[in-house]
Design a protein around this ligand. Structure first.
Ligand SMILES: Cc1cc2nc3c(=O)[nH]c(=O)nc-3n(C[C@H](O)[C@H](O)[C@H](O)COP(=O)(O)OP(=O)(O)OC[C@H]3O[C@@H](n4cnc5c(N)ncnc54)[C@H](O)[C@@H]3O)c2cc1C
Length: 485
C-alpha cells in the first residue's frame, strides 16, 4: 500500500467532491452598482467559523469572500493568544469537514503521520489544529483576504450592505465593498471584547493582561503572578506563567470549588444540534441559563499542568474586591480571604458583548434587537449575558428593534458566539460548526433566490436550449372509437 500523504488525501477529497458534483456552479446573477461589483456574500472573520461558512456557501454555488484583520495563517486564537497544549475537545470531532471524511482533521493527520500515531494521539495539539485550518483554506481554495480590518458596516436601504476595510499593513488604506449579505464570523468576542472587572482599572496596564490578548510570558519570570478565574483559559495562563519560571502563581477563584461535571455534555445530541433554534424561548433561556450558572470544569490535563508545580496555589471563595498599587511597584489585591501581594495579574475572565468596544458596528448597534427587548425571564433566572444577546432571526440575521429604523439590517448574519442564545452552540465551537454553517448557507441560498425570483423566473421563461430535436417521434393518427358491442 502507498504511504499516506497529503497529496493523496487531496486527490481523494477532490474525487469525492467530483462524485458529489460539488461545488455547484455559480448561479447568483452578477451585478454592479455605480461601477462596483456586488459580492454575493462577504464573511468578516477567517477563523474556523468563517472558513466553514465560506466552504458551505461555495459548495452551494454562492460567492463567498472572506476578510480577516489577521495575517494569513494567524486567524483566531490557535497560533496567537491561546496557551493550551492541546484542544479541549476530543480528537474525534469532525468539526468543519461538512460531512466529507477526507476533509476531517483525522484524515489530515493520518495522511501525514499514519493511523498508528492517530490511535496513540490523546488530544489534538493546538498548533496542529492551526495547521489543519490552514490546509482547509488552501485545499478548498477559499477566497480569503488577510490584513483587512472591518471599520464600518452599513446596511443600505437598496438591498446592499456596504463595508469598509482598513488595510493595516498598508498605512490603513481603505477599501469599500458592496455585498448582498454579510456574515459576521468574528469569534468568541465577536460583538464585544475580553471582559475585565471594574477593579482592573486600578492595576497599571503594564502589570495586567487578559488571556484573550497577546502577552509576553517571558516577562513573568521571577514574578509573583495572580490569575483571576477558574476557567480553562485561566488554567492555561497560570500554566504558562509557571512554565516560564514565575516565582509563584496564585489562582483567585470566586467559586467555592471547581464544577466537576460538564453538564452540557448530557444534553448534546442531534435533537439539540438541529432543534435548539426552534425551541420555545422559555426553554432556550432555561438551557443556556443553567449552563451559565453551572459553568464548565477546566480540562483535567490543563488543571494538572498547573497543579504539578509546587508554587501554584488554588484559592477558592476568593473574589477580588480591589487592587492597590504599592510604592515598591508591587500590587495588593484585597480578596474575600484577605490581602495578597503580587506583581502581575492575568485575567481569565472571559468575554462580554459590548458594542462600545466595537466601533465598526456603531451604525447598527442602536438598531439591533436584543433578547432583553422582548423577553422577561422567570424570577431567579435573570442573566445579563443572555439578556444582552442579539435576538436573531431563523438564519442568524439581526432584527430591527424598531421596524423600519434600519432597513437592510436583516442582511447581516451574526455567526459568532453571540448567536448562541438564539441558535445554540452552532456558530463557534468545533462540535456543531458544520451543522451551523450548512444551515446558514442553505438559508442564504433561499434568501438569494427569493430576492431575485423575477430574474430566475425570466431566465426559465427565456430558456431555449432544446433537449429534443423534434424528430424523435411521429404523431399518431388517433384511433377511431368503436363501441365494445
Ligand atoms: C483559547 C481557546 C481555546 C478553545 N478551545 C476549544 C476547543 O478545544 N474546542 C472547541 O470546540 N472550542 C474551543 N474554543 C472555542 C472556539 O472553538 C474558538 O473560539 C474558535 O476560534 C471559534 O472560531 P471562530 O471562527 O468563531 O472565531 P475565531 O477563530 O476567533 O475567528 C474570528 C476571526 O475574526 C477576525 N475578526 C474579528 N473582528 C474583525 C474585524 N473587525 N475585521 C476583520 N476581521 C475580524 C479575527 O481576526 C479572527 O481571525 C476555544 C477558544 C479559545 C479562545
Amino acid at each position: 500500500m502507498d504511504a499516506p500523504s497529503l497529496t493523496a488525501l487531496e486527490a481523494r477529497l477532490h474525487a469525492d467532491l467530483e462524485i458529489l458534483q460539488l461545488p455547484a456552479p455559480r448561479w447568483v446573477p452578477a451585478r454592479t452598482v455605480d461601477g462596483q461589483p456586488v459580492l454575493d456574500t462577504v464573511i468578516v472573520g477567517g477563523g474556523m467559523a468563517g472558513l466553514t461558512v465560506a466552504a458551505a456557501l461555495t459548495q452551494l454555488g454562492i460567492g463567498a469572500r472572506v476578510f480577516d484583520r489577521a495575517p494569513e495563517g494567524f486567524e483566531g486564537p490557535w497560533a496567537t493568544t491561546a496557551r493550551m497544549e492541546t484542544l479541549r475537545s476530543v480528537k474525534e470531532l469532525s468539526g468543519p469537514a461538512l460531512g466529507l471524511p477526507a476533509l476531517t482533521f483525522r484524515a489530515w493527520f493520518e495522511a501525514q503521520f499514519g493511523a498508528q500515531r492517530w490511535r496513540e494521539l490523546d488530544k489534538i495539539p493546538r498548533l496542529q489544529w492551526a495547521g489543519y485550518l490552514r490546509w482547509y483554506r488552501q485545499v478548498l481554495k477559499l477566497d480569503v483576504r488577510n490584513g483587512q480590518r472591518l471599520v464600518d458596516l452599513q446596511p443600505r436601504g437598496d438591498g446592499l450592505v456596504q463595508l469598509a476595510f482598513a488595510h493595516d499593513v498598508n498605512d490603513g488604506a481603505r477599501t469599500t465593498v458592496l455585498a448582498r449579505h454579510v456574515v459576521l464570523a468574528t469569534g468568541r468576542d465577536g460583538l464585544g471584547a475580553p471582559w475585565l472587572p471594574a477593579w482592573a482599572n486600578d492595576v497599571p496596564a503594564a502589570q495586567r493582561a487578559h488571556s484573550g490578548e497577546h502577552w509576553p510570558a517571558e516577562r513573568l519570570r521571577g514574578l509573583r503572578v495572580a490569575v483571576i478565574g477558574g476557567s480553562a483559559s485561566a488554567m492555561d495562563a497560570a500554566a504558562t506563567a509557571l512554565e516560564v519560571g514565575a516565582a509563584r502563581v496564585d489562582l483567585l477563584i470566586r467559586r467555592a470549588t471547581f464544577p466537576l461535571t460538564a453538564k452540557g455534555r448530557a444534553a448534546f445530541n442531534p435533537g439539540l444540534v438541529h432543534g435548539f433554534r426552534t425551541l420555545p424561548d422559555e426553554w432556550k433561556w432555561r438551557f443556556r441559563h443553567f449552563l451559565n450558572v453551572q459553568q464548565l470544569p477546566p480540562p483535567q490535563g490543563s488543571t494538572r499542568r498547573v497543579s504539578r508545580h509546587a508554587n501554584a496555589h488554588f484559592h477558592f471563595g476568593a473574589p477580588v474586591q480591589s487592587a492597590v498599587p504599592r510604592r515598591d511597584g508591587s500590587l495588593r489585591l484585597d480578596t474575600a480571604l484577605g490581602p495578597l501581594a503580587t506583581d502581575f495579574v492575568l485575567f481569565g475572565t472571559g468575554y462580554r458583548n459590548d458594542w462600545a468596544a466595537r466601533p465598526e458596528f456603531a451604525r447598527i448597534a442602536p438598531h439591533v434587537r436584543l433578547w432583553r427587548d422582548r423577553f422577561t425571564p422567570p424570577p431567579g433566572e435573570e442573566d445579563q449575558e443572555l439578556a444582552e444577546s442579539p435576538d436573531l432571526g431563523p438564519h442568524y440575521e439581526f432584527q430591527q428593534r424598531v421596524a423600519g429604523d434600519c432597513p437592510g439590517l436583516e442582511r447581516i448574519h451574526c455567526f459568532n458566539y453571540a448567536a448562541t442564545q438564539s441558535q445554540g452552540l452552532s456558530s463557534g465551537d468545533i462540535p456543531q460548526i458544520s451543522d451551523g454553517a450548512q444551515y446558514l448557507a442553505r438559508g442564504l441560498a433561499g434568501k438569494l433566490l427569493a430576492e431575485e425570483a423575477a430574474h430566475y423566473y425570466a431566465a426559465m421563461v427565456r430558456h431555449d436550449v432544446p433537449e429534443l430535436d423534434g424528430d424523435e417521434w411521429t404523431p399518431a393518427v388517433f384511433p377511431a372509437y368503436r363501441d365494445a358491442d
